[in-house]
Design a protein around this ligand. Structure first.
Ligand code: BJW
Ligand code: ZN
Length: 272
């Protein structure tokens, strides 16, 4: 680890002192579990960047292609397990609970690895890969099908251009209640986040005394705005990232390195 700003011991004193601790995570926290980040190497599927397919435009033009992409991610993410970074966050939450102090974990990830690691007070800003929503009646349901429908079996390879076959309407998943088309229950570019989910994240950021930002490029709003909000609310801001951008602006602690290596030793009270 490279300590670019602040000191580990000082961070840990803040951890002990803080009554309210909030953490924002991004794709980097799951990188060591083997899940590619969006804007780093591996962020491409066929000729598409992930952010090109995570849009309502892509969905309206070609829902079969978008489902093929999300089906590929179900195959990939379904076999990944939480890494030491997820586990360290779940562990510190338990310590905060024991002490009667507030801990909130806010994630932009849709992989649910924080849940699997045991995190409880978790806010999922961008939804879950393992839930679907009906575009007609808006019903949200858990769905762990892999492949999402039999038509997607064996599709999704990273080689190739465009969809691997011409998916028909009947190949796509449909709502058991109303027959409408099902889509992934995730937030695409240009879509609003669930207002209640966003409001609870903003409250946790504003009230935090210590705010830790792990493995996110922090370029996507409104998630990125939570860091500014926490700073405005008076929180100490700490960053853990493999590759910290040059601008540190209002950061109090900057630890450069892999989250899975840093968090287990960083997230300790100084006298433990
Ligand atoms: C490691 C590591 C290791 C690697 N250890 N670290 C204000 C200004 C400008 C634009 C906007 C604005 N407000 C809203 C917008 C528009 C847009 C936006 O933000 N655009 C920007 C790109 C400019 N936002 C939206 O559209 C949002 N909706 C909204 O605001 O509605 C109202 C509105 C609409 C339109 C206009 C204005 C207002 C919705 C955003 C939804 C984002 N959705 C996605 C897809 C989710 C589903 C899916 O997964 O398929 O969310 S896009 C993608 O980016 C995904 C991620 O959650 C998100 C963030 O990415 P993340 O996690 O930061 O990943 P990376 O890859 O970028 O970074 C990884 C980091 O990890 C790197 O820093 C590495 O160094 C690091 N790292 N290994 C530690 N081992
Ligand atoms: Zn329906």
């Amino acid at each position: 680890m490279r300590v670019l700003r602040g000191e580990v011991s000082e961070f840990q004193r803040w951890l002990q002192k803080s009554e309210r601790f909030a953490v924002l995570t991004g794709a980097g926290v799951s990188a060591e579990s083997g899940i590619p980040t969006f804007r780093g190497p591996g962020g491409l599927w066929r000729q598409y960047s992930a952010v090109e397919l995570a849009t309502p435009q892509a969905w309206s033009e070609n829902p079969g292609l978008v489902w093929e992409f999300y089906n590929y991610r179900r195959v990939l993410m379904g076999e990944k397990r939480p890494n030491p970074a997820h586990l360290a966050l779940a562990k510190i939450e338990k310590e905060f609970q024991k002490l009667g102090k507030a801990f909130t974990l806010i994630t932009q990830n849709i992989d649910d690895l924080h849940l699997e690691a045991g995190s409880q007070n978790l806010i999922r800003l961008h939804g879950s890969l393992w839930e679907v929503r009906c575009v007609r009646c808006a019903k949200v349901s858990p769905n762990r099908e892999v492949p999402i429908t039999p038509a997607f079996a064996g599709t999704g390879g990273v080689e190739g251009n465009g969809p691997s076959k011409a998916f028909r309407e009947a190949d796509l998943p449909h709502c058991s209640e109303c027959g409408g088309l099902l889509r992934p229950h995730v937030v695409w570019f240009g879509e609003m986040l669930d207002p209640e989910v966003l409001a609870s994240a903003q409250k946790a950021a504003l009230e935090a005394e210590l705010f830790l930002v792990v493995g996110t490029s922090a370029v996507v709003y409104p998630a990125a705005g939570l860091v500014e909000l926490a700073a405005q609310g008076g929180a100490k801001i700490a960053v853990v990232n493999l590759d910290v951008p040059v601008s540190h602006r209002f950061l109090d602690f900057v630890f450069e390195g892999a989250a899975g290596e840093i968090l287990p030793s960083l997230l300790q009270f100084p006298d433990s």
